[in-house]
Design a protein around this ligand. Sequence first.
Ligand SMILES: *Cc1c(COP(=O)(O)O)cnc(C)c1O
Length: 366
Amino acid sequence: MIPFLDLKSLNAQYRNELIEACTKVIDSGWYVQGNECNEFEKEFAQYCGTKYAVGVANGLDALILILRAYKELGFINNGDEVIVPSNTYIASILAISQNDLVPVLVEPDLNTYLIDSNKIEEKITSKTKAIMPVHLYGQTCDMDKINEIAKKYNLKVIEDSAQAHGAYYKDKRAGNLGDASGFSFYPGKNLGALGDGGAVTTNDEELSDIIRALGNYGSHKKYENLYKGVNSRLDEIQSAMLNVKLRYLDNEIEKRREIANYYLNNIKNDKLILPNVRKDDNHVWHLFVIRTDKRDELQKYLLDNNIQTLIHYPIAPHKQDAYKEWCNDKYLVSEQIHKEVLSLPISGVQNLEQTEKLVEVINNYE
Ligand SMILES: *Cc1c(COP(=O)(O)O)cnc(C)c1O
């Protein structure tokens, strides 16, 4: 079987270093808000090219806390609107709802699966306060256009970079392409902890201070609470795991690019549509997503040939029961994407033999 993602082998590459890092934390007697998290925040900010990074409990919290901080600053108020792609993982949209804000869905571009920057402006109203581009599958969005629109209408740009650690847009990396960015370190992400984790990156010192306080019961100083905060912190064990794995992130991305390029150059089957890449370094291949109108048949064929695939995602956000208010709305591009996409296995531990086998099997599909 070629697994979709073999997390066990992936982490086994760093087994000794991970165990050593874990032991260090256990023996330190210090488990939250310590040196490991401080070091990770410094290193991750540097990696992204931003001035600040704040560790939080997970990617959803990162996005929730960015919006919450803009509310504390008085820039956004309950009932205001945030523009978000109709084709994304539900967490992007939940972060908006959780803040009593209104998600306004914009259709993706069928070629890139990313928010269609030409369809944003028509959705802007007097209540619009932010745009949340999602660098879906690992490719950065059309940021020049998005930032230009944001500037024109005085909107904040909040990147959802949960799938795009290390991806470039021109000479800057995801996390440094807007006003603030949310990252996830869920185990399956390109930079994954061994549990949940997340971070916010930004160049805005005031915003980063507020987010840090919000994630710590609303407190900048012990027992003094400025905000009605929450508990959302990146603990020392997960920070230590991430300190090890961050050193290998570029290597992981490089291996993914090799597999992706092999797929792009060698998959030849006119029933399938391969992903479009703007520029090699714009995509970190969190997912390699192909499209076909007979998706379910293809998935079954691949499984019968011992190849595991997944669907990202099977149900469009506006079709989810959690968002019944949208059940009669039509987002046709997004619906087509959700019906047709299939994610092929890709990761730093997939070997050439497996990649070649997959290409052979998929080229024989009729
Ligand atoms: C994974 C993911 C999130 C949420 O991150 P968690 O750490 O799982 O909370 C948000 N947005 C996107 C696009 C994601 O892929």
